[in-house]
Design a protein around this ligand. Structure first.
Ligand SMILES: *[C@@H]1O[C@H](CO)[C@@H](O)[C@H](O)[C@H]1NC(C)=O
Length: 242
């Protein structure tokens, strides 16, 4: 599954770079999303596969911090790019005549670079505030990777500041893109409903079905991951002392 994910996403990136017909905002965003997805899966899955293979479920403190950091960078990058793509669909469907002017290459570059920058800067406070914590002994993480909320439960230090930082950054960086996606789609649906012909309705709707599917998979599995992490205790990992 890991190889399929990496190769499939790599194929999207290579196709977008090599085919001149795909040099459009939508495909640039898609290939940036593919890059983020390669990074996102590579943060956790290879380590989990190695744990299964070697039967040693140990991770160093540095390894754990890097997992947390990159998990946030790529996860938030995914999230922000999905919002950018929702905006792209909104402009294409609700303002088709102004699409070329509104989604010019400067704006596309600004939005992609901006989302990379925001996700990198946004993961710094979370990661840096863990460095001030003290972990006493070998601790077990009830997950197959270093999930920040689980790691915070293991410390002997006071985590009030960490929790405040984690929750405020999470709210800013998750709620704003999600609100953007919901607003874009509410506009898209209301303008699709105003299209008089059934064929036009179908055509407009079919352009955003795949994106809607990805958005619901992304948020659905993120929520599912949180609920199942409470239930699964079988895939524990050990955090080595500093
Ligand atoms: C990411 O997006 C930028 C701006 O839209 C684009 O120039 C760049 O080629 C994209 N990256 C990839 C790997 O396609």
């Amino acid at each position: 599954m890991y190889l399929v994910t990496v190769l499939g996403n790599l194929l999207i990136v290579l196709a977008t770079i090599s085919d001149f017909h795909l040099h459009m905002p939508m495909y640039f965003f898609l290939s940036n999303l593919s890059l983020a997805d390669i990074g996102f899966t590579s943060t956790t899955v290879p380590k989990a596969l190695r744990n299964i293979q070697t039967q040693s479920r140990v991770i160093t403190f540095a390894g754990c911090i890097s997992q947390i950091c990159f998990f946030f960078v790529f996860g938030r990058q995914d999230n922000l790019l999905l919002a950018v793509m929702a905006y792209d669909h909104f402009v294409a469907i609700c303002h088709p005549l102004h699409y070329a002017a509104m989604m010019n290459s400067q704006l596309c570059q600004l939005m992609t670079l901006g989302s990379w920058l925001i996700s990198v800067l946004g993961s710094l406070p979370d990661t840096l505030t863990i460095l001030r914590l003290y972990f006493c002994t070998n601790r077990k993480i009830p997950h197959f990777f270093c999930d920040l909320p689980e790691v915070l439960k293991l410390t002997c230090s006071d985590t009030l500041i960490n929790n405040m930082v984690v929750y405020s950054v999470a709210i800013i960086l998750a709620v704003f893109p999600l609100t953007g996606i919901l607003l874009s789609y509410s506009q898209i649906f209301s303008s699709i409903l105003r299209i008089s012909s059934d064929r036009g309705k179908y055509k407009a709707f079919s352009t955003c079905v795949s994106h809607l599917l990805v958005v619901s998979l992304f948020y659905g599995t993120s929520l599912g991951d949180y609920f199942s992490s409470i239930a699964t205790l079988s895939s524990r990992m050990c955090l080595m002392p500093q």
